[in-house]
Design a protein around this ligand. Structure first.
Ligand code: DC
Length: 262
């Protein structure tokens, strides 16, 4: 079985878009052939997939090797959940949530999540915030707040976005898209290790249940559900180290004509 699949089926390896690689921005910032959308000087790479598939680790390393910015889109949703919890707002009252969010600024700066200017990075990785985030991310008012921020952060290119809808909704025009998956058992073990490393040990059954709930919410929601984006290269990280996955991704990126740093 080849390492890449598309929409779950093995298929011919996708061809690079052009032999010249990524379209280069012209001085006017427009497509050389005239008209069309502005082109980015450096590409956008998206990585989507379920919790525990290893997205964060490989996205961070891929961004580092390419010298790109990392845009952790889930961190922005977690920042929103942090704000909702802090305000003791009712997640079931969408009107109140919209009003709360209208007066909230949220940003990513040098890997830190800023909510109304306050760095909440260290407070958003708990299972409690994870579950509230998954619930809130189903709501139109929340996605309408966060998606434009993610697009603004990605607009200049030279970015790796990781999340659930980055290749399907946030940046459907991304030059390279990945969908990273892994077997349920491996995802449970990785998530458990991640929690342990944060000083939040949890039993495997608890972690399995948490992942199952989040999977259902992320895949079954009406708005921007977790899907394999059109044109994405699917990588199964079961039995592969992060380094192997990053290498596969770098090969794919290189096939699109992008330079790597190391
Ligand atoms: O990747 P993460 O575990 O930090 O994401 C937390 C939640 O945020 C996830 O359960 C669903 C939501 N999310 C989303 O809806 N869209 C994204 N692009 C990223 C995350």
């Amino acid at each position: 079985m080849p390492w890449w699949r598309h929409n779950g089926r093995a298929m011919a390896k996708p061809r690079a878009r052009s032999s010249a690689g990524f379209a280069r921005a012209t001085p006017g910032g427009r497509n050389r052939k005239g008209g069309g959308a502005p082109l980015r000087a450096t590409p956008v790479i998206t990585i989507d997939g379920p919790a525990g598939a290893g997205k964060s680790t490989v996205a961070r390393e891929l961004a580092r090797r390419l010298g790109y910015r990392l845009i952790d889109t889930g961190a922005l949703y977690r920042g929103i959940a942090w704000r909702v919890r802090e305000a003791k707002a009712d997640p079931g009252d969408e009107g109140a949530l919209r009003r709360l969010l209208a007066g909230t600024t949220i940003d990513l700066r040098d890997g830190a999540v800023l909510v109304d200017g306050r760095d909440v990075t260290g407070e958003i990785r708990t299972p409690e915030i994870g579950e509230l985030t998954s619930r809130l991310s189903m709501l139109a008012g929340v996605r309408e707040k966060v998606t434009p921020i993610q697009r603004r952060l990605a607009a200049a290119g030279g970015a790796v976005l990781e999340g659930r809808d980055t290749g399907s909704v946030v940046c459907p025009d991304a030059e390279v898209k990945f969908y990273l998956d892994a077997s349920p058992d491996v995802r449970v073990v990785r998530r458990q290790r991640e929690l342990e490393a944060r000083g939040l040990p949890a039993a495997p059954e608890e972690v399995r249940a948490e992942i199952g709930r989040r999977d259902r919410q992320d895949r079954e929601r009406t708005l921007a559900p977790l899907v394999v984006p059109d044109g994405a290269v699917v990588i199964d990280s079961t039995g592969r180290s992060a380094e192997e996955v990053v290498r596969l991704m770098l090969e794919e990126v290189a096939r699109h004509g992008c330079c790597t740093r190391s």
